[in-house]
Write a protein that binds this ligand. Structure first.
Ligand code: NAP
Ligand code: ZN
Length: 333
């Protein structure tokens, strides 16, 4: 597969690392009816690369710099949402990193499971010097997707937050919420992750099946961040929200399950919300925030030929906590 020629505003990256997000699996396996997959599909949107060439008008990068690319590579730049730094909500259609429309060529975008990328410099994130590059890659999707709701709903140190699902997004949510000194509780279906949740910064970890704990924790949480990749009955989690609390669903992007009880939401003035990654400025912010505090993903490095096996392990909830493809072979990092 080839890349477009480097235009005046473009950066050519030699890809060094690319994280594996569960979204890659949904797209590779055509599991999102609203965004049918165009094949050949090259997934990957947690990309760290070394700048190998820059276009004539590029000002923010020079050859040899390290850049990051997350879930989007372009947007119209002129709609209200783009002007508000919400390029991921572009009213004229965000160009996502793969399985989307390349505004420059009209062709299908191709992601980071690749040797090279050509990306407009506006959509390349500066990676602070000294960063652990493999462990920084997941910040570009898992990090920003969980940081953005904490910013929007103003999660503070006095608050209680629950993280539902301890995978790639979930483990970043725990680290980022703990960094704000919020009280974090993890809700997991995997008994083996209870100990990990506490190591990652949670005060408590509860199994979904633990009815006594679910009852004890009713009406307590200001914010719940749900990273579960599929629809599931949400009312038991709505019951955990305190007055004015919000359950932010970032995980399940297909049709949600019914079963929410209007009386319960009205009585507690509770909200169900969604959130999509974060804008470019906010993505730069989370990368800088994590670099300043030494926050990084827990990663397991794999070689390209191990991707299929890694996908199966992600689906089996057996990733601790992000697979990252090592593409440094033959390149100077
Ligand atoms: P992941 O690493 O697979 O983590 C998801 C976790 O959810 C699993 O580890 C597991 O945690 C739990 N889980 C999985 N299947 C479940 C099931 N059937 N029932 C209950 N719990 C289940 O996935 P990820 O990369 O974090 O991505 C999570 C979801 O977010 C995906 O659907 C992805 O497409 C979506 N996503 C959305 C955005 C956005 O902008 N909104 C951005 C990135 C990703 P436990 O073992 O702890 O139960
Ligand atoms: Zn992702």
């Amino acid at each position: 597969m080839s890349r477009r020629a480097v235009g005046p505003n473009d950066v050519l990256l030699d890809v060094l690392y690319c994280g594996i997000c569960h979204s890659d699996i949904h797209q590779a396996r055509n599991e999102w009816p609203t965004i049918p997959t165009v094949y050949p599909c090259v997934p990957g949107h947690e990309i760290i690369g070394k700048v190998a060439a820059v276009g004539s008008a590029v000002t923010r990068f020079k050859v040899g710099d390290i850049g990051g690319v997350g879930c989007m590579v372009d947007s119209c730049g002129t709609c209200d949402n783009c002007l508000a730094d919400r390029e991921q909500n572009c009213l004229n259609g965000t160009s996502f990193t793969y399985n989307s429309r390349d505004r420059a060529t009209g062709e299908n975008t191709l992601g980071g499971y690749s040797e090279k990328m050509v990306v407009s410099e506006r959509f390349v994130i500066r990676i602070p010097p000294g960063a652990d590059l493999a462990a920084t890659a997941p910040l570009l999707c898992a990090g920003i997707t969980t940081f953005s709701p904490m910013q929007h709903w103003k999660l503070s140190s006095r608050q209680r937050v629950g993280v539902v699902g301890l995978g790639g997004l979930g483990h970043m949510a725990v680290k980022l919420a703990a960094a704000r000194k919020a009280a974090v509780t993890v809700f997991t279906t995997s008994p083996g992750k209870i100990v990990d949740a506490k190591r990652l910064g949670a005060q408590e970890a509860v199994l979904w099946s633990d009815a006594a704990s679910m009852k004890r924790l009713a009406n307590r949480f200001d914010l719940l961040i749900s990273t579960v990749p599929q629809a599931y009955p949400m009312q038991p989690f709505m019951d955990l929200l305190a007055l004015d609390g919000t359950l932010v669903n970032v995980g399940a992007l297909n049709q949600l399950e019914g079963g929410l009880i209007g009386m319960s939401m009205a009585f507690g003035r509770k909200s169900l919300a969604g959130s999509m990654i974060g804008g470019i400025a906010e993505t730069q912010e989370v990368v800088d925030y994590c670099a300043a505090r030494g926050i990084k993903a827990d990663v397991e490095l794999i070689r390209p030929e191990q991707i299929d096996q890694a996908y199966d392990r992600v689906v089996a909830k057996d990733v601790r906590y992000r697979f990252v493809i090592d593409l440094t072979a033959g390149k100077k990092a």
